[in-house]
Design a protein. Sequence first.
Lengths: 338, 425
Amino acid sequence: MARMNMIEAIRSTLAYQMSKDDDVLVFGEDVGYFGGVFRCTDGLQETFGLKRCFDTPISEGGIVGVAIGMAAAGLRPVVEIQFSDYIYPAYDQIASEAARLRYRSNSDFCAPLTIRTPVGGGIYGGETHSQSPEALFAHICGLKSVIPSNPYDAKGLLNTAIETNDPVMFFEPKRLYNGPFDGDPDKPALGWDSSEFGEVPDEEYRIPLGEARVLREGNAITVLAYGTMVWVAEAATREQGIDAEIIDLRSLIPLDIETIQQSVEKTGRCVIVHEATRTCGFGAELAAQVQERCFYSLEAPVARVCGWDTPYPHALEWNYFPGQKRVAEGLAKVLEAA
Amino acid sequence: MHDRRTILPIDEKPSSPELHIPEPLYRPGDKPDFSHIHVRRSDNLERPDVLVDSYETERHAGGLIRVMNMDGDASGPWMPDISADTLRQGLRSMLTVRLMDDRMFAMQRQGKLSFYLKSRGEEAISVAQALSVRKSDMVFPTYRQQGILVARNYPLKRMMCQCLSNAGDPALGRQMPTMYSSKEYGFFSISGNLGTQFIQAVGWAMASAYKNRDDLAMAYIGDGSTAEGDFHYALNFASTYRAPVILNIVNNQWAISSFQGIAGGQSKTFASRGLGYGLASLRVDGNDFLAVYAVTRWAAERARRGGGATVIEHYTYRAEGHSSSDDPSKYRPSEEANAWPYGDPIDRLKQHLIKLGEWSDEQHAELLEELSEMVRETYKEAEALGSIASGTGIDPKTMFEGVYEHMSPKLEEQAELSGVGSWRE
């Protein structure tokens, strides 16, 4: 058992996959010699050589485009898009090409590639280093979308993502790279050594895509969250002394709707929390599915606590970020409803 | 150097910063006149060593490599070493494509197909290129390279079934007509989103080099789609990683209704864009079967010997509408195709073979008859398997399959909801 932060968990998983399979190639902007702006690929070029881990031009569409060609040729590329805010030039390649290659060719060709990209705010990244675009990818059939909230899950999910024979979006909440974050920027930052989820077994393990984690069991209300907001929700419910059941989705597509349904049927109340903008966010899909399946168990309308429908502001970052206070208000509203 | 007028009419010298909206030479009602284009074969474009520095291809990128003149005589430094049998095979494939195109277009008009795209006038490009590389070289085509499948002896019936979207289509009618896919025949699944596959071909080629194979990739893009970012991604990555790929630009003058000047073709040749990326760049008469064959052999050898990518601009003319949904008489003179000075690729190869004493008008007529009969009969067999008019025979259940490697519970649920049945029984 080793203590790891999320960066180390991701890096060691990449190293394991590369050592196991020569067809796994890692590339992206600054990922080679330098090891990535968040250090997730540090040392991989030195260990595996230039041809296994290399720098690319600043060209997200090009990175994903060549990855599709490589994947179709039998390789298993794992590419990094430096910030998910930069991913839009690659959107055509992801949505029109990677996601549909298998279907349109009746599995004659497929694109087993993993696209890693940091998401979320909380680092004073302004509008171009803070976005959470997961809903734009969850909407695309043919893609899988994964988002770990801790080092343990990052390792298990990344192993599965790379070994999956379909394209997987692997969103990394950048505020969680070095430690859990409860939404309060004024507290000293905690490292992952403070959490049981920073304990990462040495042996390789896989977490199936589509299995949520019940982070904490409870009976009063169900909280659906993923990524950074898992820890904000956990802190908010703990501080408020609410008997909440917190579900960390871990994978948006496929979605573990069974676990969600069981929980909401038990609690009768549901709050959805995400950092992305509210309108047409993934919370809209969650709310729709919860009411489709659990309407007669619900004792209150489903509520969403999300980022505002504005670009991510720099100076007003913490006004935008759906912190503990907003989560607590959302919980209270749903708990107080008849 | 190239004759500027082969690209555009010489403009008056500008005197003020006026917004320039490019317009083609001729519009409906005009009498097309291309007499300013000199179609003489120029022998001053030597065939350089395949590992030459890219900048030494500057004249080739601005000029026009030709082997055949308009009478069917062939000579010059690019004269390829090619047997009469291969030439006859090329002629046969080109004729097959044209006859099939005509047949399928007619069937589209009868409502048997939803849509069709012909390649009339451009057959030499796909057929000559298919014959000049290996079947294990993966091509990333657009929808006007059906000639590659035909030249690689892909079953015609299967192509027709794809167009009919019937039970004989290996891809279960999931794509519009002409969007073929066959890994076995080295033919990548066609995307209707233009340009996207140019960069994917570079990735395929990088994978080939990574695996120490000497197979190459061959990509296609139209003059219009060179304006997409993917074009520049491809040239940049191909140059950066010295990928063994041939990057073909088929300049057929028209992107639906927009002439090539709208894609920036008025000031420089499309081939010359490759030079800026440090890629060998050749511009070839795309209606000259021998020249297309020769430059492709050159580029393939360069790639296989580690010299990296070559950009080839095939200078040609889209002799018919963009597709069955298009009416070119709305935006260009209907006589323009006939006035196009580079002639018809099939007629030109036929003349060349006759000059060689390897072909005759009688043999040509016989071949036409044989192929017409074959296309007609094959079409009958294909249509017997269904069409969008008579019922495609595609099991609706298959709509839900193949989105992912494994069926997802969500799709199972939706399939049941749609009434097509269940996988859970």
